[in-house]
Ligand binder design. Structure first.
Ligand SMILES: *Cc1c(COP(=O)(O)O)cnc(C)c1O
Length: 220
């Protein structure tokens, strides 16, 4: 079942768009089934759950942390995490740098853009992102590498609005890349979930985060 869903989703992705299989709240057996079907990138959003799963899957899994990350929990995932998707403050970025240094690593991160209409979503507004990058202190953090942007579209059935948000994200991504990352490491755009990943792909997503379409509904 999981293998088939995974295959169906992958078949729709173009070269250049990678699948993050969002496995939060699903048991290790489900991840193993996806792993056996060839999936290597898994996305989790709770530190404790992720830490437990890491020990039960092979070492060649790439673990992406996709949720809101509290500063005091960075240390638990710093030794192994491949990409932190939702960096939403200067403070969090500094803490990741500090913990990465302790592990002798450089950790790849994405800055979270708040583009949705909901009040509850985390992230920088477009102007906050511009100001943050212009200010330049992030350049003094040698153990983090800002690889791109992550965003969540509004939770709505209005696909015109969702597409509009992805299009605006893509424009901002291109603007920031040209302005601040001419050397070329700003190359990842994480957007799109089960309901909208094809739209996201059309607007330049390099990482889509798909959970329920692969693993079924989550039981909380
Ligand atoms: C849970 C989650 C997803 C996956 O959502 P689905 O609708 O199940 O595909 C994607 N991104 C983030 C940040 C999530 O927390």
């Amino acid at each position: 079942m999981i293998a088939e869903q995974l295959k169906a989703v992958k078949a729709e992705l173009k070269e250049g768009t990678r699948l993050v299989a969002v496995s939060k709240y699903h048991p290790v057996e489900a991840l193993r089934e996806a792993y056996d079907a060839g999936q290597r990138i898994f996305g989790e959003s709770h530190v404790q759950e992720l830490s437990a799963k890491v020990q039960q899957l092979p070492d060649d899994v790439e673990w992406h942390f996709i949720g809101h990350l509290q500063t005091n929990k960075v240390k638990y995932i710093a030794p192994f995490v491949s990409l932190i998707h939702a960096v939403d403050s200067d403070r969090l970025l500094r803490e990741i740098n500090k913990q990465a240094e302790k592990c002798g690593r450089t950790i790849d991160v994405l800055l979270q853009l708040h583009i949705a209409q909901e009040e509850t979503k985390f992230g920088f507004t477009p102007d906050e992102l511009r100001a943050f990058l212009a200010q330049g202190e992030w350049r003094q953090l040698p153990n983090v590498r800002i690889r791109g942007l992550m965003t969540m579209a509004s939770n709505t059935d209005d696909m015109v609005q969702v597409e509009n948000e992805f299009a605006r994200t893509q424009m901002l991504f291109n603007e920031l890349r040209a302005e601040y990352f001419s050397s070329g490491t700003f190359d990842e755009l994480s957007m799109g979930m089960s309901g909208d990943y094809l739209l996201a792909q059309r607007h330049g997503a390099t990482l889509v985060r798909v959970g329920s379409k692969i693993f079924g509904e989550r039981i909380y």
